[in-house]
Design a protein around this ligand. Sequence first.
Ligand code: MN
Length: 392
Amino acid sequence: MTPVWHGVNDIEVILPARLRSNPGTVSRIKNAWLFAERAHAGQRRRSGEPYTEHLYATAERLCALNMGTETVMAGILHDVLEDTVVTNSELEKTFGKIIAFLVAGVTKLKKGDCHDSDDAHQETLRRILLAAARDPRILIIKLCDRLHNMQTLQYLSAEKQRRVAIETLEIYVPVADRLGMNIIKRELEDLSFRYAYPKIYVESEREFKTQFAKRYQPMMEAMGALKTHLVPRHIESARFVCRTKGRYSFYKKFERKQKNADVIHDVVTLQTILPTVADCYETLGLVHALWRPISGKTKDYIAFPKPNGYQCLRTTVNTGTFGVVEVQMYSEDMYECAQNGYAVKLALLEREDSYFMTKHLEKWFSNMLNWVRHIPSRVAVAGSTKGERQPV
Ligand code: MN
């Protein structure tokens, strides 16, 4: 069967409903696609696919994050300055100042990508953050771009895979983390882990599977028990999710705990998503009435959100029959934020009038400068050393 590549009509289908319902918006976005299609004509990815498949994947992810017209357009056009003959002024003439600015911003980040010396990491991160300090949408586009590059990394040489994967762990995972974009962070992290440290990955995966097999069934039974207790309390519309720990996150914790898997209680986690904040506290009380909490393991991130805005209630309990279980309580809003973080806020801002966006960008800028002053230390060791090293 010949594969069918994505075209201009497929772009319309993936747009968030609020963009699709506006004919003017749809036609602007379609124009961006047709422009990119012409500019990249004849170019192929290493996979053999037309280059536009990469643009489609980037745009698809941005749409899934509910981004606005400008971000989606810039996502489609994000490689034209770097990889085609299109110039900045041509882009500006065709699509306006903002689109050209965003595309130029993403292009600048690309130039910061290469670094070989061991201490270049902080400098690269600093440069990337400063390049994106004027507009956070640049970072969101870049993360979606990088995610698709990681998803198609199998087509590159082993050495290139390792370099890109380590760079992703060092640069883009901390960015996604800082923005609270946990779903993308985890995908980037787990893909990078596999390519940056293939031998360790295989070992760790074996350990993970053993632990998962031990814990999954009891946790599902604990979930059933909690459900029966919530129903009479009129919290019927609660949703229950079994969350599996990310592979890289598991590996790091396993190392931190001196390879003692018995003290890792979040290989699978019981997540409850509840209608109101009051329901979260009520459910926490119920869980503690039902099972004995482990001392020091109850966290109120609703009253004390994490710096990236993450909120939930969290506790670890000893259920007896079902073993030790971590339970997390979220409202719908908190759950969305736990997954996509800052992108949720940004999606809302892109809908407001430009006054709010401008005000927000001023605040964003000073936050970025503050972050740049306190860049975290490296998470893994890059460099040209042969053989595989331990991620730290
Ligand atoms: Mn790209």
